[in-house]
Write a protein that binds this ligand. Structure first.
Ligand code: 9YT
Length: 132
């Protein structure tokens, strides 16, 4: 069994901070679960363009207020505590935080822990063997 406290991740290479968000990657590819699980904080007043071309992501909001706009149809979805959105068709989208938002995010395939968005809003597929 794997047991971790998120506090152990603070300040490590799996505590990734960008100008729009901070992500603590709790379960990763090396944990062998087939998905990765992160706690992400979205900074208030930010807009982030995201396209997970190689990944599926589910996002469960536990704190804060914001919205997600899907690019293909321009639909705006209000996001707040209790709301989950799942990017099941690799949806290109804008994530806008009105207040500080806290999200629990699950990625399939799992992240290795170091990924940040490139200019296209994409995470690369990083290779790393799963732990034996
Ligand atoms: C909601 C979202 O995708 N935010 C960007 C960070 C991502 N969740 C991550 O790497 O944990």
């Amino acid at each position: 069994m794997i047991v971790k406290n998120i506090n152990e991740i603070e300040g490590t290479e799996h505590d990734v901070v960008t100008k729009n968000w901070a992500s603590r990657r709790i379960l990763l590819k090396k944990d062998g679960m087939g998905f990765s699980l992160h706690e992400t904080t979205i900074f208030p007043g930010t807009e982030t363009y995201i396209w997970y071309k190689h990944h599926l992501e589910a996002v469960f909001c536990i704190e804060g207020e914001g919205e997600v706009e899907t690019v293909t149809d321009g639909k705006i979805h209000k996001i707040g505590p209790g709301v989950i959105y799942a990017l099941n068709v690799h949806d290109k989208h804008y994530l806008r935080a009105k207040t500080k938002m806290r999200m629990i995010c699950v990625f399939n395939p799992p992240l290795t822990g170091r990924e940040v968005h490139d200019d296209e809003g994409v995470y690369p597929l990083l290779d790393e063997p799963a732990a034996a």
